[in-house]
Design a protein around this ligand. Structure first.
Ligand code: DAK
Length: 258
């Protein structure tokens, strides 16, 4: 891989987008590599994935403007589909994904972060959807995920004005869960990932499915989905071990993902 690194530490994997000369901007090759690394992740082995950008300045500074500048309508749609397909794979990956946003998260960079389950960032992070200032709309899900994550009114303001916001404002509007000094971001991301990886993996994956799929349903159907996923847990060894440990006033043994 020329642009993506994947490092595993126990049950946690760290995926780094590494294209420093363009502040980790996403061109077709980066997107292709990203898709193939996401496809390779084994949800049995890896319990939480962290996505970050190489260097200290940028998470991802957007889709590659040079590559996009000469696209035709048909090519533009195809480029949008490539990005949308891979971001949807991240969003529906069975395991939780944390975006550790270490700088610019603009356009496609913000859209990548929004396809993750949880976003935390460094104090120097900058977020925005600058597309309307470039004569285009967001094309990797930005209009849809931003409006679902923050209020529709705030999403529209960011989309229409193309103005960037800094980390404290991203925190205030709920785009990120926490802000850290730059040197503390990755340790914080890894600590959060370990806390997730220590819990029963089947239950964690069921929570992700329940939230993601439930949000697309009406409440009556969403509650039925939760009931089914809850019931499924009672066929797992991890449920038996976790509850037994509680009743015996012991710490549960490491969960086996069974
Ligand atoms: N694409 C290509 N190269 C980029 C880039 C990008 N998005 N962002 C930065 N670079 C490159 C710069 O051109 C520069 O390259 P050299 O000149 O050194 O060769 C290098 O990275 C360093 O950048 P700067 O010199 O500009 O660094 P500064 O610190 O001065 O500024 C910046 C950092 C992030 C504020 C600035 O680089 C910047 O404004 N970058 C562009 C940010 C941006 O507008 N991003 C959003 C892109 S639009 C769609 C599909 C997808 C999308 C839309 C539609 N469909 C198919 C419908 C997605 C759109 C986007 O993401």
């Amino acid at each position: 891989m020329a642009f993506i690194q994947l490092e595993k530490e126990g049950h946690v994997a760290v995926l780094t987008i590494d294209r420093p000369k363009a502040l980790n901007a996403l061109n077709s090759e980066v997107l292709k590599e990203l898709e193939s690394v996401i496809d390779s992740i084994d949800a049995g082995e890896t319990r939480c994935l962290i996505i970050t950008g190489a260097g200290e300045k940028s998470f991802v500074a957007g889709a590659d403007i040079g590559e996009m500048s000469t696209l035709t309508k048909v090519q533009g749609e195809a480029f949008g589909k490539t990005g949308n397909d891979v971001f949807r794979k991240i969003e529906t990956l069975p395991i939780p994904v944390i975006a550790a946003v270490n700088g610019f998260a603009l356009g496609g960079g913000n859209e990548l972060a929004m396809s993750c389950d949880i976003r935390i960032c460094s104090e120097n992070a900058v977020f925005g959807q600058p597309e309307t200032g470039l004569g285009i709309t967001p094309g990797f899900g930005g209009t849809q995920r931003l409006a679902r994550l923050v209020s529709p009114g705030m999403a529209k303001q960011l989309l229409y004005t193309a103005k960037n916001i800094k980390a404290p404002e991203a925190l205030r509007i709920g785009l990120v869960n926490a802000v850290y000094p730059p040197e503390e971001l990755m340790p914080a991301a890894k600590k959060l990932a370990s806390q997730i990886a220590d819990n029963a993996p089947i239950a964690v994956r069921a929570c992700k499915k329940a939230v993601n799929e439930g949000l697309e349903k009406g409440m009556d159907d969403a509650i039925v989905l939760e009931e089914k996923l809850f019931g499924d847990c009672f066929e797992t060894e991890d449920q038996i071990g976790g509850m037994k440990a509680f009743l015996n006033k012991e710490k549960h043994a490491p969960y086996q993902n069974k």
